[in-house]
Each structure stands twice: as C-alpha cells, then as structure tokens.
Write a protein that binds this ligand. Sequence first.
Ligand code: ADP
Ligand code: ZN
Length: 717
Amino acid sequence: MLQYPNLEQALKYHFGYDQFRPGQRQIIEDALQNRDLLIVMPTGGGKSLCFQLPALLKKGLTVVVSPLIALMQDQVEALRNNNISATFLNSSLNPYKVRSREEAILNGKVKLLYVAPERLLSERFLPFLDLVKEKIGIAAFAIDEAHCVSEWGHDFRPEYRQMKSLRKRYPNIPTLALTATATDRVRTDIIQQLGLKQPSIHIASFNRQNLYYEVRSKTKSAYAELLELVRENEGSAIIYCLTRKKVDELTFKLQNDQISALSYHAGLGDEERSNNQTRFIRDDVRVMVATIAFGMGINKPDVRLVIHFDLPRNLESYYQESGRAGRDSEPSRCTLFFSFSDIKTIEWSINQKTDPQEQLISKQQLRQVIDYAEGTVCRRTIQLGYFGERFPGNCGNCDNCRYPKPLQDWTIEAMKFLSCVARCKERFGMLHIIDVLRGGKNQKITQNEHDKLSTYGIGKDKTVDEWRMLARSLLHQGLLEQTSDGYSVLKLNALSWEVMRRQRTVSLAVPIAQKITWEEGSEKAAEAEILLQRLRSLRKQLADEQSVPPYVIFHDSTLKLMTQVQPKTITEFSKLSGVGSHKLAQYGEKFLAEIKAYRQEQGSQEQVKSTPFLGSPSDTELFTLQLYQQGLNVAEISQKRNIRATTIIRHLADLIEKDQPVDLNQLVPLERQKHIWQVLEAVGDISLTPIRDQLGESYSYDEIRLVRGKWRRENRK
Ligand code: ADP
Ligand code: ZN
C-alpha cells in the first residue's frame, strides 16, 4: 500500500483509468481500513474495481464469490489483460487444474480468487482456505451479486444463504457485499444474512446519465423504425421480445435486411445458445434478439442500444434490462416500443393467474409500466421515483425532456367520446366506442342499433390511434373509468360529466413524430470515423488472436480518445484513459503504428484535395469501388470491410461526385431520384436534414446523399 504515492496512481498503473467513478474512492479507502461494506451501485457503476484495487494493495488473497461461471471467466480474463494475477475455481476445471491453481495460491502467486458459493462452503475447500489464511493471509471476502442471498430479491439462490457460516468461521476477515438491486428490503436482508458488522453502506445514485431513454408507439412502421435505429446506432445492440417465436421472426427479418443478428432464448440448445452469446460478446455478430433469458451475467460494456420491442413486465426489469446498455459510460440508447395491444396481451395473461394476490401485484406493476410509457414528464423522474430516488427532471437526455410534447386542447373530442360512452349505456369497451364514433359497420354495431345513435360517425376526422390516445389519456387523468373484470368496460364518473357539461377542459400531450437525431457529421467527424474503424479492426484482430472479447483489449472510449488525440509517441499514448502499464507494453506500439499509417495516408490525401480539379478518390473509397465493381451490394461491402453501411454510402456518393463508375440507377430508383433532384434544385446544396424534411420520412438519408453526389457533379461542370 505504501508503494503508491496515492490511489489515483495505483488506479492508473493497474487499470489505466485517470479518475475514480463517483463513490469508488471512498469505498476503496474504507476497504483499505478493513471495514465491512455494503455497496449498492447500478449496473456499470464500477463495482468490481471496489474490491479489485484493494485486493492489489493489501497483503494476502481476496476471495470473490460470484454466482455465474461465465461471469467469473470474463472478469478473470479482463484482469489478466491488465497483468493482474487472478484465477477461478469452479466445476468446469479438471482435478489436475484445480490442484495446480491451489498450489499457485498457496505460493502467494494469486491476488484474486473467484469461486462459486457451493464450492466455497464444501468440505474440501474450507480446510484449504484455512491453510491459505495461515500461510499467506486472506485480505477480504467480496460477495458479488449479493442480492442472491435474499428471498426478496429476484434471483434468490439457496447456496448464498450458507454464506453466514463463512462469517462464523472467519469473523475477522472483512467482507464486502455488492449488488445492483435497489430495494430497501433486499439491502437489509443482505446485511443480516451475511452478518456484516457495522458495515459502511454506499448507495450510489441509480441515475445512468449516459443512457438516452425514449418511448415510441408501436405503429405499423415500428419495424422500419427499429431497422433505422439499428442502422444508425453503431455498435452492439440487444433487442428484447416477449416470446421465442417473436425473437426468431425478428431475427429472420433483420437478417433479411442484411443486419448481422442472432437469436437467444431458452428454446435453443445449450450449445447454440452459448455460441451465439460468445459471438455477440466477441463482436462477431452485432445484434442479439432475445427473450429476457439473455443478459444475466453479460458483462459486455459496449452495448450501444437496447430495444424493448415488447412491453417489459415491470419497471424494475425494464431498468435492469435497458441498463445493459452503456456500462462503459459512453452514450447509449434505450428505446421502448409501446402499444395498446401489448397491454391487452399482458392483461390477458395476468387474468390467467390463479393466485389473486399475484394478480394484484402484476396489475399494479403493469400500471407502473404504462405510466412510464405514457408519461409526459422526464423519464428519469419516473424511473428513479420508482426506486425511491427523487430526481428533479429536465435531464436533457430523454425524449420527454428533449422533445416536450405540446399540449393541445381536445375538449370537443373528449365531449364526443364521453357522450358516446353515455349513449352506449356504459356497457362497452374502448374499441367499440371508437368504432361507433368513426361510423363502423360491424355486426356488433348493427345488433345494438348503435348506428342510430346521434354520436354515430361524428368522429371520422380522427384515426383510431388518435381516439385511443385520447381515451387512454382520459383514463389517466381520471376523467373516465374502466372496469377491472377483464372486460375493460368504460364507465363515467363525476368528472366525466363535468367535461360533458363544459365545466372542465381537456388537454392532451400529443406526441410529435419522432426522428432519430441524425446529425450530418462534419468532414472531420467522418475522418475520425475512418480512423476509429481501423483501430476497431486492429482491436478485433488482437482479440481474436487471444480468443478474448475485443473490449478486453481496449474499451470503445479509449479507442475514441486515440482518434481524438492521435498520439505520436508512446508517452502520449500512455496518458490516455484506459491505458495501464501492462496494456501500454502489450499494445502501445501496434496502435501507434496504425494511427501513424492513417495520418500518412491522410496527409497524401490532403494534397490531392487541395488541387483545383475534382478530387480523386481516396484509398478507402477506391477499395469500396473495387468491391462494388465486383458486384457486392452496400451491405456486403459494409460487412466485408467491417465499416458502417452509412460510411459505404458516403464513399459511393463521393465516388459519384468524383465521376467514378458508380451507377446511381442501381442504387436509387429513377422516380425517387427525380423527386430528390427537384428538391435539390429548389433548395440548393444544404445539409441533408432540411432536404429530407422537404421530402418526407419515406426518403432515406442514404438516397439523398447518393443523388446529391450526382447533383454536385452536374452542377460543377
Ligand atoms: P458493475 O459491476 O458495477 O456493473 P463493472 O465493475 O463491470 O460494473 O464496471 C463497468 C465498466 O466500467 C467496466 O468496463 C470497468 O472497466 C469500467 N470502469 C470501472 N471503474 C472505472 C473508472 N474509474 N474509470 C473508467 N472506467 C471504469
Ligand atoms: Zn428527462
């Protein structure tokens, strides 16, 4: 401990990071004082470091209890890549390996030992631990996923219960408990069950600032939106669906659209499942379409997008599942698609439950999810409120804060709707009322003679979805009731009558059509992108050589820093966050060489660009052209080069502009070219966004960019 002037230096030396995350420093100081600790931090908060760094600074062995074998292996791999002597003992090892690892431990060669709880407490293992304690000392026990000890938690494991006997056997060895579960009850249970002694308790905020939360309505164009999200958000993505069938269908569709995607659900064989998981973690495949069976124990820090294509069961699950995005603190996106028919499906399955208590809880949970999805205030305020954390709102990083929905006066429509409920004698559900309002012609209407009502057909000017939105909002605002007997019959209350008597107005937060914030990158950003891609390829190659996931080599954030700083010397390189002493020695020169090569190419391109003639294509563009001429389409080129499709489009557009043999007609249908051309003639060469605004959503940026290439070429002549 004395060999480091301060903790920051130790952090940099072993892990390469410049700063502690919130809470980490204080926790580590407490751990170094040998205090018992309860650490509650959200996923991605950086819990592991809280016992890993002290383990390196203290004498003896730190024993880490971890429930999942895959998780153990991941952590040990990552530690070894920082040259930290860590190992694990579990049922996957043969006796010979176990013996040799035990020997290494007894020789003091290991700082961190990961074990599963059942092994820890086995009759053979405890005497071994006694020996370790005597010979080299035990620095601490770290109990990861400590909520498993609690029956109130969501993954209770009976083996964890016996951990208390550990405390009895080694009363003076400090114990750290770590969890991401936020509820009070579980926390108290952990302290009790593990016998923590006057623990220092650290509860971090559950606000995940780097995550952008949004809710979209699941309309007919939902799949197209999903596809766009997947295409526009670079990096790994998880898409959750409710059932295996939906998972397989969606995977199939995505694959058809040239997205590299695989399925994960309990219906697949063990081997296929674990293969798919490995391919995802190693960045061999970009998108994992999964049921909620996927995710527990996935440590992948660079998931950039988590989409819930179906409604989650409750807010806590939503928080945890969406929280698998952006563990590395880089900006990431969490999108929830929400539809009324999903609610119906879930309501139906709740009504199948036989235990009334269970039914009640599920209904309440569903209610909370709906409140979140339909809410017009800051999404964080709703989520964090659920965990008992107050958040003032205006986060600037959710859809409601960025694009507040304008309030509109819908009093007249509300009056129409409510009086239709009254005329139908409060005996029907929402869909029927809407049918009547819109002048439907089905049997239910004629049988009940509802086509004779004065409200029949008076609401043709609004779509079914709009009426539904109004009805949901009326329910929300308490201006209308709904029976909970499974039939959801609409009932009026005193407030409904106030509306009908014009004593009360009704405003509605109307969603505006959501667009993906698609900022057209400046030339510089596009260049940085090319370097980033090259560094990614290098990282992938190094990772494959060692059979580890790419993030074990360097995190995305560190690669980004490399593109920003573009270090020239090994000293400059060593200063980047994420570059520790060991990684510097292992990979420094290789990455520097790649950056240097890139700069040299750029330099020679600069000269080309400064000529007054049309620029000649760059190397990377020529490579794309070559593949294009071999007959590969955009998706295939993108896959082959491991570059985003949008970047390939950029290349093609520039190639067209530079009068290279790329046939625009093969890429954009003539009719659409004509339209785009007209707008370009009218508005001139401005950025893509306003051009697209003119053209409408059915036109993609890609098409516009390609046509603009030709337009520029023609206008330059
Ligand atoms: P948790 O277990 O809380 O979900 P992890 O311990 O896996 O989180 O940490 C999440 C990610 O953050 C890891 O990739 C880790 O390397 C990184 N990390 C942890 N501490 C820091 C830090 N001080 N600076 C930068 N990155 C960090
Ligand atoms: Zn917000």
